[in-house]
Ligand binder design. Structure first.
Ligand code: PLP
Length: 275
C-alpha cells in the first residue's frame, strides 16, 4: 500500500476543492427579479417563484406535488404531521444521521426508534426493521445518506404490508434515483434540504414532495392554514383565512379541525369535478 499523504506520501489532490455554493448570472438575475418585485415573503403564499420551483422540483424527482418550505427539518415535521403522527407514536429512524431527521419526531412528542445502519451503505438496515416494529409504529424514516440509498424495495414491502407510512429523508439525494424513480418519489413523502452544504442549495430552504393529493392538501393546511388547499379548487380565489397567521390559528380552538374539513371538502369537490 502506498504511503499516506499525511505521513509524507504523494497527495492525490494538490488543489483545494472548488468553492461551494456556485452561482451564475442566471441566479443573480433571478435574485434581482425577486428583489425588485418586493414580494419577498410570498404573499399570497406561496408566491409565484416558490410555487413554480416546488412544482418543477417535484416533477424532476418524479412526484406529482411539491411545497417549498423553510428547511429540511421543517419538511420532515410537516410530513410527519400530515400522516397524522400523535404523541407516543413510534417512528423508525437510522442510528446514523443528522439530528434534523430525528428532531421533528421529538418535536411532535413521538418516539424515535433507532435501528442500526447497513455497514455497506451507512443507511437504515432494512433487515433489522421488522424486529423494531411494534403496534405503535406509524412511520419508517429512511435517510439516503450521502446519495447512498436505503433498501427501499424491502422498506416499502415491510411498510405496505403493515399500513405504515414511509417518509424518505432526501437531504443528501437531490437528483438521486432508486429503480428509475427519483429520490422521495417511492415513499409517501420525500423531504429535501437546500441548506448551504447540500447538493442543491439556496443557503437555507427545504421542500416536501408527494404524489398523494390528500397528503399534499394536508401539508398545505399546516403550512399555509388551508389557503392553498382552496387554491386547488380555484387558482384565483382568496380564502377568508389567509389573513390569519399561523400562531393566531394555533391559538384558536377548533381551527385545525375546521381547516381540515375545508381541505377535505375541496379535495372531494376537485375529485368530483375531475371525474
Ligand atoms: C440527513 C439530514 N436530514 C435532515 C437535515 C435537515 O435539513 P435542514 O438543515 O435544512 O433543516 C439535514 C441537514 O443537514 C440532513 O443532513
Amino acid at each position: 500500500m502506498a504511503k499516506l499523504a499525511i505521513t509524507g506520501g504523494k497527495p492525490v489532490r494538490r488543489k483545494p476543492f472548488a468553492a461551494w455554493p456556485v452561482y451564475s448570472r442566471r441566479e443573480s438575475q433571478a435574485l434581482e427579479k425577486v428583489l425588485r418585485s418586493q414580494n419577498w415573503g410570498g404573499y399570497p403564499f406561496p408566491n409565484t417563484h416558490a410555487s413554480a420551483f416546488a412544482a418543477k422540483f417535484a416533477k424532476a424527482q418524479g412526484a406529482k406535488y411539491g411545497i417549498a418550505l423553510a428547511n429540511g427539518t421543517v419538511a420532515i415535521e410537516v410530513a410527519l404531521k400530515a400522516i397524522g403522527i400523535q404523541p407516543g407514536d413510534e417512528v423508525i429512524v437510522p442510528a446514523y444521521t443528522w439530528e434534523g431527521t430525528v428532531g421533528p419526531v421529538l418535536l411532535l412528542n413521538a418516539v424515535p426508534v433507532f435501528v442500526d445502519v447497513d455497514p455497506e451503505t451507512y443507511c437504515l438496515d432494512a433487515r433489522l426493521i421488522e424486529q423494531a416494529i411494534t403496534p405503535k409504529t406509524r412511520a419508517i424514516l429512511p435517510v439516503h445518506l450521502a446519495m447512498n440509498f436505503a433498501d427501499l424495495d424491502e422498506i416499502l414491502r415491510i411498510a405496505r404490508s403493515r399500513n405504515i407510512a414511509v417518509i424518505e429523508d432526501c437531504a443528501h439525494a437531490h437528483g438521486g434515483r432508486w429503480r428509475n424513480k427519483g429520490a422521495g418519489a417511492s415513499g409517501d413523502f420525500g423531504c429535501f434540504s437546500f441548506q448551504s452544504s447540500k447538493l442543491m442549495t439556496s443557503g437555507e430552504g427545504g421542500a416536501v414532495i408527494t404524489s398523494s393529493l390528500e397528503y399534499y392538501e394536508r401539508t398545505q393546511s399546516y403550512v399555509v392554514t388551508a389557503s392553498s388547499a382552496l387554491t386547488i379548487a380555484s387558482p384565483n380565489s382568496r380564502p377568508p383565512s389567509s389573513k390569519l397567521n399561523s400562531s393566531a390559528c394555533r391559538s384558536k380552538p377548533g381551527f385545525a379541525r375546521k381547516t381540515w374539513s375545508i381541505s377535505r371538502s375541496v379535495s372531494s369537490a376537485r375529485r368530483a369535478w375531475a371525474s
